[in-house]
Design a binder for this molecule. Structure first.
Ligand SMILES: NC(=O)c1ccc[n+]([C@@H]2O[C@H](COP(=O)([O-])OP(=O)(O)OC[C@H]3O[C@@H](n4cnc5c(N)ncnc54)[C@H](O)[C@@H]3O)[C@@H](O)[C@H]2O)c1
Length: 369
């Protein structure tokens, strides 16, 4: 049997602790924890029985890990991930992959050059309801997708924003809900619908006294013509809900439940052949029972298990950076559209233009200490 994989954690904050708890459930050795803040580093290093490092470079040089979990604030993701890839490690980068999609491009290029994987911690795609919905769409259960709506509100308090000064600032995160909470709903949307082609967005501060948006809405068009609306917020508590409508039926997706409605005949046939004007086709709704409901901890563990198994088996993990890029493109595009008063933004995103937008916002709002 081969030796256990050697993992390192960079960033010993809130989510760093979640990762250590999740990898404790799979067969890997956590050999190092790196964080400039000694108290956090020492606490998590002691939990994992790992060595503590104040800086990433010396950790990489001494430990030569197989995989590094990058759980630092978003502005440092690209720098840290690229350093780890160049040192020969695979990386699992926290969401958002980076502030700007151009930084994500740089991580992807570094991964290709190093022959290593860059994986993104977008654990919602491991939800049994999302996995089943993806299978059903691929199998044609709802036919060609016409439209979708995805929404999720994760209520956050003032204390949350006060706890970490980088949150919801242009300098620290490059956005509010779109940078921090929305990547999950955005990944579900793009994971299920494919490649986005154009976006219109609105951003607002409905409740919180923060620099960036606490609420965002996006209209997204996908290759093949499917249309979607996205609503995300930290101003109220409303769990994930998605409706995906195709020619043959609809998927009604929640975190803990999935239902499939099918129409007989399909809508295209029905509208072409039904002699009466307002009649809908016969509908059959089926609750897809028996799907397990996973906790956040179990979702992170499922993602880690997939990654560790993939590394041992020499196959590609499911949440590689390339597969998660559309979600970041849409997030960036909603911000750009909103800044332009709701203009349509075509994808792939104009990287230079978005970089100027972020630089301009940072020039106005300043740095995060
Ligand atoms: N996947 C999820 O569900 C999920 C949940 C929460 C947070 N996150 C993401 O995780 C990331 C971190 O969030 P958090 O809430 O844990 O932040 P945090 O502020 O609690 O912790 C970040 C840690 O990184 C350390 N750090 C900063 N720069 C560093 C560097 N260059 N090298 C080493 N350490 C460094 C800080 O000292 C701090 O201890 C963010 O991108 C956030 O969006 C993801």
């Amino acid at each position: 049997m081969s030796r256990p994989l050697r993992y390192a954690l960079v960033g010993a904050g809130v989510i760093g602790g979640v990762h250590l708890a999740s990898v404790a459930d799979i067969d890997v050795d956590v050999v190092a924890v790196a964080d400039p803040v000694a108290e956090r580093r020492d606490r998590l290093a002691a939990t994992a029985g790992a060595a503590g490092y104040a800086d990433v470079e010396s950790m990489l040089e001494r430990e030569r890990p197989d995989l590094v979990i990058v759980a630092t604030p978003p502005t440092s993701h690209a720098t840290v991930a690229i350093a780890c890839l160049r040192a020969g490690a695979h990386v699992m980068v926290e969401k958002p992959i980076a502030v700007e999609v151009a930084e994500a491009d740089a991580i992807q290029l570094a991964a290709e050059q190093a022959g290593r994987f860059a994986i993104v911690d977008l654990q919602y795609r491991y939800m049994p309801t999302v996995e089943r919905a993806k299978e059903l769409i691929a199998a044609g259960a709802i036919g060609r997708v016409l439209r979708a709506s995805v929404s999720e509100s994760m209520l956050r308090t003032t204390a949350y924003y006060r706890d970490a000064p980088w949150r919801a600032t242009w300098a620290g995160e490059g956005g509010g809900v779109l940078a921090n909470q929305a990547p999950h709903a955005l990944d579900v949307l793009c994971h299920l619908l494919g490649q986005p082609t154009q976006v219109v967005g609105w951003t607002r501060r409905l409740l919180h006294d923060i620099e960036c948006e606490d609420t965002a809405m996006g209209l997204v068009e996908f290759e093949g013509g499917a249309l979607a609306q996205l609503v995300v917020s930290t101003a109220d508590p409303a769990p994930l809900r998605a409706s995906i409508v195709g020619l043959r039926g609809e998927l009604d997706l929640h975190r803990d439940a999935l239902a499939l409605t099918t129409w007989e005949p399909d809508i295209e046939t029905h509208v072409a052949t039904q002699p009466l004007s307002w009649v809908a086709p016969a509908a059959h709704r089926e609750e897809l029972a028996g799907l397990p409901v996973l906790t956040d901890h179990e979702l992170h563990t499922a993602l880690h298990r997939d990654v560790a198994d993939a590394l041992r088996e020499g196959r590609e993990p499911r949440a590689t950076i390339a597969t998660t890029m559309p979600a970041l493109e849409v997030a960036n595009a909603i911000i750009q559209s909103a800044q332009l008063g709701g203009a349509t933004v075509s994808l792939p995103l104009d990287r230079e233009r978005f970089a100027r937008l972020i630089a301009d916002q940072r020039a106005v709002y300043g740095r995060v200490e």
